[in-house]
Design a protein around this ligand. Sequence first.
Ligand code: BJW
Ligand code: ZN
Length: 276
Amino acid sequence: MAQLSTFRQALSQSRRPLILAGAGLSAASGIPTFRGAGGLWRSHDAMSLATPQAFRADPARVWAFYHYRREVCLKAKPNGAHDVVARLSGRERAKEVFPSAVDVPTFVTQNVDGLSIRALEEGEKAPIEMHGSLFRTRCTSCGTEKPNFNSPVSAGLVGTEDLSKEYRAVPLEDLPRCQERSCGGLLRPAVVWFGESIPELSRISQHVQRADLVLVLGTSSTVYPAAGFASEVRSRGGKAAVFNLEGTLGSSEESDGDSDWFFRGPVEEMLPWALG
Ligand code: BJW
Ligand code: ZN
């Protein structure tokens, strides 16, 4: 297969590789994606759940949605694709796959499920979670941000995780509250909602600007700024390889609209095969 040999050559020549992941990376762990068949946004209106306006208008409804998502992710396990990327984030495997690289690849994930972090072994570099994490909370009063793996996230939300059931309003005082001394403010999930800025964007942009090869794994490339990273790398003469179940606009068997290589299929199978 011609495209495999040119892809392997690009891996071996890359000095600054970048990996960008989306919801498809976690699909094999049973985490629903956002768009596409069975996607979360098909059955839940994004604009009434993933915006700061939605949280201000009805924090209990938004928390019920995030409580449900947290419970699903806590029960899930990293899959083979998370493992492959985690090994690439360690020196030994990175040297085999990217022998010319100056460092282990930069790994940026849009996923908030924490599975890429759970897949890490000792010495492997953690990804940048560009859309935040379901397992961090931020206080809307004092701003304190903390890891939070409580299950349930607050006692008042128990039972609301069954989104098929009619929604039961939870009083504000029973939602997750800040435990900092005398604060007690309302907590929110430390995720990035539509219209919010991306806290790590300047650090990420530096990596995107320097990257000469980007592997785009399981993202529909519809949400900016991440959706623009591959074309940014390519516009400077770098290369992009897309791994996705489906092609996007302008794709054919061997190329995606905005890529040099397109590996169609489940990323948990295609990625280990393509890396060799
Ligand atoms: C498989 C597979 C398998 C399945 N193997 N593949 C420029 C132009 C136009 C608009 C904008 C722009 N810049 C900013 C905007 C506005 C907005 C935006 O992009 N809107 C678009 C919808 C048009 N962006 C923002 O607001 C961002 N903020 C920002 O830029 O601030 C500055 C600013 C603001 C306003 C205007 C201008 C500037 C913030 C975006 C935050 C996104 N947040 C979410 C929710 C996080 C919390 C939560 O989870 O609840 O992040 S939305 C959701 O989409 C989530 C995801 O990370 C993100 C991306 O989704 P992803 O990962 O691509 O998932 P899917 O489901 O779409 O795709 C899955 C893919 O996997 C599919 O292709 C499948 O085929 C594939 N797949 N199984 C391989 N086994
Ligand atoms: Zn507080």
